[in-house]
Structure formats: structure tokens, C-alpha cells
Design a protein around this ligand. Structure first.
Ligand code: F6P
Length: 544
């Protein structure tokens, strides 16, 4: 079944949500809490190791209800069924969207009438076999030495997911050093190759299409580097590929037993659960990779079954719609209070912005409302010393997700308590702010003469009323990480359904690629085509 094509602005709840957003101008979060002793328990969700508190958001129960109605108007339940069933919901590419089948213990999904379960199980067995053999040292390089280093060559979804997860699970790492080469910038390949020993390095060329300029160029550079030091024959033991394009992998010279197929129903930015996650399995071992998948599968089940008001991804999505479409927020920050998640927002940027950064509706019309939102963030507490000034006292509304863990993986309670004191304090400070009276009283208490500080007082006032969602999770296990990523993936899906856009294509990245190829061809042929005035001048400066 194709996804419905309902213009959300025509839903009866759209106008109501606008009115409800206006009424919030005359109240504050503090007031909302005063009037409702049960606000926190009513607006929090507990699911397995997750406690998610939505109560510090600028929203009322009426607005939540209107948002659930908006989701119903978008026919969300039917869309969820179509998604999990393997219907071709990526219509502009004629594909299903089935990364959920990669992590299900058993999936009944069918694509074009064909079951996918066996195909998924087969690739998993191969991921396990290769990762076990490399980790144990049973698989050796061309001089019979065990592998020590892995280099993942890929970009976008063939890089960001694996980088984020291997960093997030660094605590569970084994002896293998995992490196990532993504940028076509020569600096990147030079720096990654520095110090690597070809005898003990395994290269993974990861590209769904096997046609991506950056990845192919980097792979060719690495291949030349390798052959210079080893030999053409040694490639078979040192290069593996992950792709849907099996013709191209073989013409690159990768032997068939080292090629890991990917189905076209796995979107690049949702592919870490497939063989694209080989670097993850190598880095932390297959058991942890399986636990990551199991956590994601458990969240998938929750998402597919829980009613909207108790459904974590649905609530995350609708809250984002509320801020984007009714409260005029342009960005949302994701602030993990663990250094391990330092690449989490970079990963979410692709997942969310490549998916929902669209202005053409599923009916082919230009939308007249906002879609997508700008996702950004860095780990706390570092971000407190960088951009929190603007969140606390700036002019912009920036809803923030605070993600913290109750138990640290590293047993140093004083550090963990210092971290988490900041975690809790920030959301409280953002909500409460500090009034002019409080600032004045502080000076009085310190015995400062008020006249001498009158000009400082307004600068020390915090308006407060800044919204946050708190995710308090038991600990950063592979299982919980899988569930967290899956929750954000489904948030993106729900938002795309309501915004009536196609979330699983990415035509917006094509134009730049096309023009870059044209410029490269011009340099190669020495023929210079017409460019606009500015680009013409820049090109001349570069190649004069
Ligand atoms: O250019 C965007 C994109 O197509 C992403 O969607 C994708 O993750 C990335 O390029 C890499 O593509 P591939 O895995 O085919 O090399």
C-alpha cells in the first residue's frame, strides 16, 4: 500500500494546534507545573531501561491530544503497517524500507512477494563468521599475521552510523583498531594510512551503490598503496566490500567470498544494521552487534504496538512537529551526557535532515508549511562551555533532548555525579531561569551596594521557559543504544508521514554531485563551460 497523501494543513487539528500554541504565550512552564501536580507522571514514559520525561516542554495535554489527532489524520497506523510489511513506501525510488527486518528475530516482511528473512539470516551468519575469524586471529593476512587494524572506506550512511556506533561502544572494544576514511580530501586518506601496516590491515569498501565518487577514489588510492607494498594477489585476503552492486565490486577485484550483499530496501542512512555494520561487529564482537540489533528490534516492536500516547517515537515525532510548525522553532539540539555519544548528533543530522529536508509533498506539490528541522548538538558538559549561553539567554527557541545514563560504564562515581549534577541542573535552569528579583537578592545577600551593580543586573537575568526532554537511561549497553537509535529513526518516519513527504529518497544531494563532475570533466578536457560570474571567478583563481 502506498503512503496516504494527506495535506496536514487541511486536518481539523492543524488550526486548533495554532490556537493552542498562541495560548502558551500567556503562560510559562512554571505555571503549567503549578497547575498540575501530576504533570511529570502524566507526561513521562517508562519503557524497559528508558525513562523519558516530556513534562519540561512548552505543551499542554490539549495540544498533545490535537497532535494525536493530526497523526490519525495522516493515517499513521496504516503507514506503520506499510513500513513494517515491506510495501514500496520509498515511492520515488520504487523501493521498500525494511531496515527493521535486519534486526527482527524473524520478519514476515515480503518485498514483491518474496520473503526476506532467509536472506537477512544468511548475511548475518557471514558477518559473524568474518568478525569471529578476524578477532580470534584465525583469519590472517598475506604474510600469515593476524589482523590488527580495520579501515572502513565509505561516506554518508556508509560511514556515519558505523563511526557513531563504534565510538558509542568504545567501552566494549576488542584489540582491533578501527579507522574510518570518508572524505575525498587527500588529507583524510593520507592521515588514515599513516602508520598502517599492509600486512595486518583489513580494508572494508562500503558503498551501497558502489558508484560514490569519494568512496571509489579513496578505495583506488588505498588499493594502489596496498599493491605497492604487497601485491595484486594479496588483495583477496585484505579487501572486503559491502554493496548492492555486485558487478562493480568484482571489477574492483574483491573476491566473492569477501563481498557482503546489501538489499536495495536498506536505505544508506539506516544501514548500520546490515553488513554496513561489519566494522561494528569487528570492533566489539558479533555478540554485542547482535545485542545492538536486539535493542533496536525491541524498540521497533514498541513503536509498532504501543498506542500513540504511550509510544516513545510517536511522541518524539509529534513534539518535533509541534515546535517546528506551531511554535516556530527552527532547530533542535541533542545533548548526550556521555562522551561515548560524541558523534550521535552528526549521525542524526544525516538520518533526519536527508530524510525530511524536503519541500515537495507526496502529492507532488510544493508544501506551504515547514518540514524537517535542523539537528545539532555536542556532548554535555563540553557544550555548556560552548553554545549553552545562546540557549539560556539568546533569542531563539531551541528545544533540547538531554540524554543521560544512570550508571556509568566506568566506575568513577565522583565524575559520574559531577556529570549528572550538570545534566539535571541544566534542564532545571533552562526551565526556571532567574528573575530580576532573584539576581538583586543575590547581590544584597553578598552585601554588594546595589547602585554599583545596577547596570549588570539585567544581564544576569534568565528568562527561563526553555523546553527540554530528558532521556534517563539505565546504562549505555549495546541493547540500549540500539533502542535509542531505533527510536530516533521512527521519529523521522512519523514526521515524514505527517509532513506528507517522501522520507527515504535523497534527490537533493544529486545536483551538487552533477555539477562537481562537470567541473572535473572541464579540467580534464581543458574546455571551460559557462558558469555564473562568481563561480567563474573562483574557478579561475583555483586553476590559473
Ligand atoms: O549522497 C548521499 C548518499 O547517497 C547517502 O544517502 C548515502 O548514505 C551516501 O551517499 C553514500 O552512498 P553509498 O553507500 O552508495 O556510497
Amino acid at each position: 500500500m502506498p503512503l496516504p497523501q494527506n495535506n496536514p494543513e487541511q486536518s481539523p487539528s492543524w488550526a486548533r494546534l495554532k490556537t493552542l500554541a498562541n495560548t502558551l504565550n500567556s503562560t510559562t512552564l512554571i505555571e503549567l507545573f503549578k497547575n498540575d501536580a501530576k504533570r511529570t507522571s502524566n507526561m513521562s514514559i517508562e519503557w524497559k531501561d528508558f525513562y523519558v520525561d516530556f513534562s519540561k516542554n512548552l505543551i499542554t495535554e490539549e495540544a498533545w491530544n490535537a497532535l494525536y489527532e493530526l497523526a490519525a489524520y495522516a493515517d499513521l497506523d496504516a503507514a506503520i503497517n506499510a513500513y513494517f510489511n515491506g510495501d514500496l513506501i520509498n515511492e520515488t525510488e520504487g523501493r521498500a524500507v525494511l531496515h527493521t527486518a535486519l534486526r527482527a528475530a524473524h520478519s514476515d516482511a515480503k518485498v514483491n512477494g518474496e520473503e526476506v528473512n532467509e536472506e537477512v539470516a544468511d548475511v548475518k551468519r557471514r558477518i559473524q563468521a568474518l568478525s569471529d575469524a578476524v578477532i580470534s586471529g584465525a583469519k590472517k593476512g598475506y604474510t600469515n599475521k593476524p589482523f590488527t587494524d580495520i579501515v572502513n572506506i565509505g561516506i554518508g550512511g556508509s560511514d556515519l552510523g558505523p563511526v557513531m556506533v563504534t565510538e558509542a561502544l568504545a567501552h566494549y572494544k576488542n584489540h582491533l583498531k578501527v579507522h574510518f576514511m570518508s572524505n575525498v580530501d587527500p588529507d583524510h586518506s593520507v592521515e588514515v594510512l599513516k602508520g598502517l601496516n599492509p600486512e595486518t590491515t583489513l580494508f572494508l569498501v562500503v558503498s551501497k551503490s558502489f558508484g560514490t565518487q569519494e568512496t571509489l577514489m579513496n578505495a583506488q588510492t588505498v588499493r594502489r598503496w596496498f599493491v605497492e607494498k604487497a601485491s595484486e594477489e594479496a588483495i583477496a585476503a585484505h579487501f572486503a566490500a559491502v554493496s548492492t552492486n555486485l558487478t562493480q565490486t568484482s571489477s574492483f577485484g574483491i573476491s566473492n567470498d569477501m563481498v557482503f550483499p546489501m538489499a536495495d530496501w536498506v536505505g544508506g542512512r539506516f544501514s548500520l544494521w546490515s553488513a554496513v555494520g561489519l566494522s561494528i561487529a569487528l570492533s566489539v564482537g558479533y555478540e554485542h552487534f547482535e545485542a545492538l540489533l536486539a535493542g533496536a528490534a525491541a524498540m521497533d516492536q514498541h513503536f509498532a504496538e504501543a498506542p500513540a500516547a504511550e509510544n516513545l517515537p510517536v511522541k518524539m515525532a509529534l513534539l518535533g512537529i509541534w515546535y517546528t510548525n506551531f511554535m516556530q522553532a527552527e532547530t533542535e539540539a541533542v545533548i548526550p551526557y556521555t562522551q561515548y555519544l560524541h558523534r550521535f548528533s552528526a549521525y542524526l543530522q544525516q538520518a533526519s535532515m536527508e530524510s525530511n529536508g524536503k519541500s515537495t509533498s507526496r502529492s507532488g506539490k510544493v508544501v506551504s508549511y515547514q518540514t524537517g528541522s535542523i539537528v545539532w548538538g555536542e556532548p554535555g558538559t563540553n557544550s555548556q562551555h560552548a553554545f549553552f549561553q545562546l540557549i539560556h539567554q539568546g533569542t531563539k527557541l531551541i528545544p533540547c533532548d538531554f540524554i543521560g545514563f544512570r550508571t556509568s560504564l566506568n566506575k568513577n562515581q565522583p565524575h559520574q555525579d559531577a556529570l549528572m549534577a550538570n545534566f539535571f541542573a541544566q534542564t532545571e535552569a533552562l526551565m526556571k531561569g532567574k528573575t530580576i528579583e532573584e539576581v538583586t537578592a543575590e547581590f544584597v545577600e553578598k552585601g554588594v551596594e546595589l547602585k554599583s551593580v545596577q547596570y549588570i543586573i539585567p544581564h544576569k537575568v534568565f528568562a527561563g521557559n526553555k523546553p527540554t526532554t530528558t532521556f534517563l537511561i539505565e546504562s549505555l549497553t549495546p541493547y540500549n543504544l540500539g533502542a535509542l537509535i531505533s527510536a530516533y529513526e521512527h521519529k523521522i518516519f512519523v514526521q515524514g508521514v505527517v509532513w506528507n513527504v517522501f522520507s527515504y529518497d535523497q534527490w537533493g544531494v544529486e545536483l551538487g554531485k552533477q555539477l562537481a563532475n562537470r567541473i572535473l570533466a572541464e579540467w580534464q578536457n581543458g574546455t571551460f563551460a559557462e558558469h555564473d560570474q562568481s563561480t567563474q571567478a573562483l574557478l579561475k583563481r583555483y586553476k590559473n
